[in-house]
Write a protein that binds this ligand. Structure first.
Ligand code: 8YV
Length: 315
């Protein structure tokens, strides 16, 4: 009697989501990240531990890198490609959910929803005061979107529903967004000077790292809010902390930070004009299930040396 071959060993950033576990159906052995030196057939990434040339060299048997998510700034795609290893991701399915979260953050920070929630639960809310906790208007205001890609376009659509003027700044002009969504192209400086809400949806690249620092925050309106659903390293967190503490801007709403999570005693966490969420952009039951399906399809295709259905183009 033949014994069946052992299942492929997949180096994974554990824990993987329940949906992924269900779809894997025990057909692979998940190996914890620390065991990267063992015989490994594939790499499955979930959060953001780095997949670089050194890791790939420690795991010469790897046939595919499958990422649960669209952003691959933590993966050296070039190094993988040079070694003949395809990288898969999950584009498209998370745009709506991420734009919804960007808008939730924009609304929450503009209208001080989280601060209001804390106040309404706390000991000091004993009578209504018509002058407390005044926020900034959403409808009729101007949103400035950095990055008019798939997620940026979804943010623009939502902004139109709130009667907002939409500005965007992007490497290239996006005719479709201008015609279909009425978005107006602006230079970085114009956007910073005019936007009431500056929303970041750019991928993290060498060009976008530190895109929003002291100089950029100084160009924003004092009444403006910064919303980041991209990657933490797109903003200089020390500069944002200073700007918030000095009330140089109205508020910041960050779904992503660098580092992530922040040290529990980071000074920004003590500020009332910060809304912070733990990287929830794609975190809905429906979207995460679609991401699970795509990433598992990529994983099995790569293990079988088939073309990946959703492959990242080598940069
Ligand atoms: C994921 C994301 O939650 O897709 C992305 O780039 O940031 C999120 O959808 C993240 O990649 C963790 O898996």
């Amino acid at each position: 009697m033949h014994s069946s071959p052992p299942p492929p060993r997949v180096l994974a950033d554990l824990p993987v989501s329940d949906a992924v576990l269900e779809l894997l159906a025990g057909r692979v052995e998940l190996v914890p990240w620390e065991a990267a030196t063992d015989r490994i057939d594939a790499i499955y990434t979930y959060g953001h531990p780095t997949v670089d040339a050194a890791l790939l060299d420690r795991c010469p048997g790897v046939r595919v890198v499958s990422n649960f998510g669209v952003g691959v700034d933590h993966i050296d795609v070039r190094a993988a490609t040079q070694r003949g290893i395809p990288v898969g991701n999950t584009p498209g399915v998370l745009d709506g959910a991420t734009a919804d979260l960007a808008f939730s953050l924009l609304l929450a920070a503009g209208r001080r929803v989280v601060e209001g929630d804390r106040y309404a639960r706390g000991p000091h809310f004993t009578r209504f005061d018509p002058s407390y906790m005044l926020g900034r208007e959403i409808h009729g205001s101007t949103v400035g979107i950095f990055g008019m890609g798939r997620i940026g376009r979804q943010v623009a659509r939502r902004a139109r529903g709130f009667d907002m003027t939409v500005l965007y700044c992007n490497r290239n002009r996006n005719d479709e967004a201008e015609i279909a969504l009425g978005a107006r192209y602006a230079t970085c400086d114009e956007l910073l000077a005019q936007a009431d809400y500056v929303v970041l949806t750019v991928p993290l690249t060498a060009e976008t790292r530190g895109l929003i620092g002291r100089a950029e925050l100084a160009k924003m309106k004092r009444t403006a809010t910064l919303v980041n659903v991209a990657r933490g390293a797109v903003v200089d967190l020390a500069a944002v902390t200073e700007a918030l503490a000095a009330k140089r801007i109205h508020a910041a709403a960050l779904d992503v930070t660098d580092p992530e999570p922040l040290p529990r005693d980071h000074p920004i966490l003590a500020l009332d004009n910060l809304v912070v969420t733990p990287h929830l952009g794609s975190a809905t039951v429906q979207t995460r299930y679609k991401m699970a399906e795509m990433s598992v399809l990529n994983l099995f295709a790569g293990l079988e040396r088939q073309p990946l259905p959703f492959r990242v183009a080598a940069g």
